[in-house]
Design a protein. Structure first.
Length: 94
């Protein structure tokens, strides 16, 4: 996905995200696949669990969308199954 297009998409969806309160609300889509508020909120809370100062939610959304985009790109190229890719993406889960 073109980075400029992704950035524009995320910027436009940030305002929508601000009002997303229900777990089934779609925050953004990557290649037509929805990413729901519940998933984003869970990742945000986990990422900021021990932080002295929480990351601004808009910054987190951009980072998370980039992360999800990278996963989709790896899947499209068939490299999501390599051990290097698996360890890279697992590092975000911990």
């Amino acid at each position: 996905m073109d980075r400029k297009l992704l950035f524009t998409l995320i910027t436009l969806l940030t305002s929508t995200f601000t009002f997303a309160q229900k777990s089934n609300d779609i925050v953004f889509k990557i290649n037509g696949k929805p990413v729901y508020w519940q998933e984003v909120k869970q990742a945000y809370d986990k990422g900021n669990q021990f932080a002295e100062e929480k990351e601004p939610i808009a910054d987190f959304i951009r980072s998370y969308a980039d992360y999800k985009s990278n996963i989709e790109e790896a899947r499209a190229q068939g490299i999501d199954t390599t051990s290097l890719s698996k360890s890279f993406f697992e590092s975000f889960k911990n």
